[in-house]
Design a binder for this molecule. Structure first.
Ligand SMILES: [Fe+2]
Ligand SMILES: [Fe+2]
Length: 256
């Protein structure tokens, strides 16, 4: 993996970030507003507001073995913390407090700690793919200029995170061979559907109140996983025949 590419990507992405218009008029009210606030509160906690770093029991060993990878993980989580800051400012705009805990996030963190860093990285990747769909649906359906501005920034960052994972997995397969094949892909999709369903259980009300549908969400996450797996397969095939590595810009555009 070309770590220099990715360091440059994160540094570039930290520039030109138009702040959402927090002072824009608020049109939302009633149940639609309350449901949106509950959804944003959970994302504020889960998207960089809780332990915004790897927490698996063996993560330190993995990072110590590869300092360049650790630097990228640091940059990745710096962006996750920024998501929490943006979501916290949206809550302030709506006069709502941040929350300190939620059952789904507690469960997610517990599993990540116990299951080890490889599982954790895959779980985080799947979370990025399904959250990317959530933010795109939020931007499409919620009638609030500041929320749309926040979504635009986070969608852009998450495309970079998904692309970063694709580059990481393609490079790992190049070294160790792709042992998991189609079975691994099927497991990936199953876990993604599970992660997506947990997200949808908690956030469906807010998006449905704004006009989104169940089909839209599930089509979105299926196409996100499908695009990721197809891209990764192509990257691995290219690596096997000694083809060049795609640039960050190309990968991020494919994952947008
Ligand atoms: Fe995020
Ligand atoms: Fe992310």
């Amino acid at each position: 993996m070309n770590t220099r590419y990715w360091t440059d990507h994160f540094r570039r992405n930290a520039r030109h970030r138009p702040e959402p218009d927090w002072q824009a008029p608020i049109h939302l009210q009633g149940p639609a507003m309350r449901k949106l606030v509950r959804s944003l509160q959970q994302f504020q906690l889960g998207d960089g507001g809780g332990p915004a770093y790897l927490i698996a029991w063996n993560h330190r060993r993995r990072l110590a073995a590869d300092p360049a990878f650790k630097d990228l993980v640091d940059l990745w989580f710096t962006e996750e913390k920024e998501h929490s800051r943006l979501l916290g400012d949206a809550l302030k705009r709506f006069g709502a407090p941040e929350i300190r805990s939620h059952w789904s996030f507690g469960l997610f963190c517990g599993v990540r700690k116990l299951a080890g860093v490889d599982f954790e990285l895959q779980a985080l990747l799947l979370t990025e793919i399904v959250s990317h769909v959530y933010y795109k649906m939020l931007r499409r359906h919620i009638d609030d200029e500041a929320v749309r501005g926040l979504c635009a920034l986070i969608i852009r960052d998450e495309a970079g995170h998904i692309a970063f994972h694709r580059a990481r997995l393609a490079a790992e397969a190049g070294r160790a061979g792709d042992r998991r094949g189609r079975f691994g892909e099927a497991m990936f999709r199953l876990r993604g559907l599970a992660a997506g369903t947990v997200l949808w259980v908690n956030h469906r009300a807010a998006l449905r109140a704004a006009g989104a549908t169940d089909g839209e969400f599930y089509r979105g996450i299926w196409s996100g996983m499908d695009g990721f797996l197809r891209g990764l397969r192509a990257d691995r095939a290219r690596a096997r025949v000694g083809g060049g590595v795609k640039t960050c810009e190309e990968l991020v555009a494919e994952c947008a």
